[in-house]
Design a protein around this ligand. Sequence first.
Ligand SMILES: NC(=O)C1=CN([C@@H]2O[C@H](COP(=O)(O)OP(=O)(O)OC[C@H]3O[C@@H](n4cnc5c(N)ncnc54)[C@H](OP(=O)(O)O)[C@@H]3O)[C@@H](O)[C@H]2O)C=CC1
Ligand SMILES: O=C([O-])CC(=O)C(=O)O
Length: 273
Amino acid sequence: MTARRRKPLRIGLIGWGAINRHVVRLLSRSVVAEAVSIVAIGVRSPERAQDIPADASLLTDPQQLAGLDLDIVAEAAGQPAVALWGESALRQAGAFAVTSAGALADTALLERLMSVAEAAGSQLVVTSGALAGIDALAAASALPLDEVVHAIVKPPAAWRGTPAERLVPLDALTAPASFFIGSAREAARRFPQNANVAVISALAGIGLDRTRVELIADPGIAENCHRLSAHGAFGRLSVTIENRPLADNPKSSEMAALSLVRMISNSVSPLCR
Ligand SMILES: NC(=O)C1=CN([C@@H]2O[C@H](COP(=O)(O)OP(=O)(O)OC[C@H]3O[C@@H](n4cnc5c(N)ncnc54)[C@H](OP(=O)(O)O)[C@@H]3O)[C@@H](O)[C@H]2O)C=CC1
Ligand SMILES: O=C([O-])CC(=O)C(=O)O
């Protein structure tokens, strides 16, 4: 990404839940702590937004991003928040980093945000989220790709409160159960809290309709796992990551927060890695 490099980097966060709270904790202990400043937090329910960073303003309306001179607005608030905050973020900051990437399965929204970014000279950034291997998949897509398959395997608890409850007996499972096979677009639409990653792999590789996604509940694991495989003119890719779930939200992985921390650190550090 091409955020202006200066110190401190002025960051706005959208959402003050498990991921963004953890991002702030991790940044405050990191080597870039002095080089970043959380200046605003956009929330839906201000009465629930406890313990926000001392210098941050609490925002409830996207128009309040104006005048804050932001470098990055980083979203981790859920898919509806992307449409709600995205246009204003792209007009007011150098970059809008999306964690709820499933929102971008709506092609009209994706195209609208890209055209706002183009007009404003900013960037819509799809963070790698809970995934591993996205850098290689995106690089591989410069040559023809034949197939990308993404299996999302989570413990039954991570699928509670989602349509999986109607497709598989989550509490009675004794072995892994596959309950969805379909396109990345459909996975993200039906499982908005668990399959944002499907859109990340799709946008990196062969798109929302050609990327095949399988969803699995596995009572034998404690981690949120992603198995990504691809082949094409570049060769073959096969990557598995076993993510520790976040203590405050078992649907989300530690790595989703770590990816945001990496993106922010790379925007301010003299070494981008
Ligand atoms: N790309 C990836 O790999 C991953 C993506 N995700 C995505 O990240 C999202 C956030 O995850 P996580 O932090 O664990 O979720 P949480 O549920 O812990 O936190 C989400 C927070 O966002 C707030 N929120 C909801 N709507 C809005 C809005 N319109 N504007 C501002 N804030 C809002 C909620 O506030 P309240 O309810 O109090 O109003 C809540 O505090 C998930 O919903 C999912 O879409 C998650 C994991 C991995
Ligand atoms: O954290 C994960 O493993 C992935 C996830 O929840 C999502 O894509 O929404």
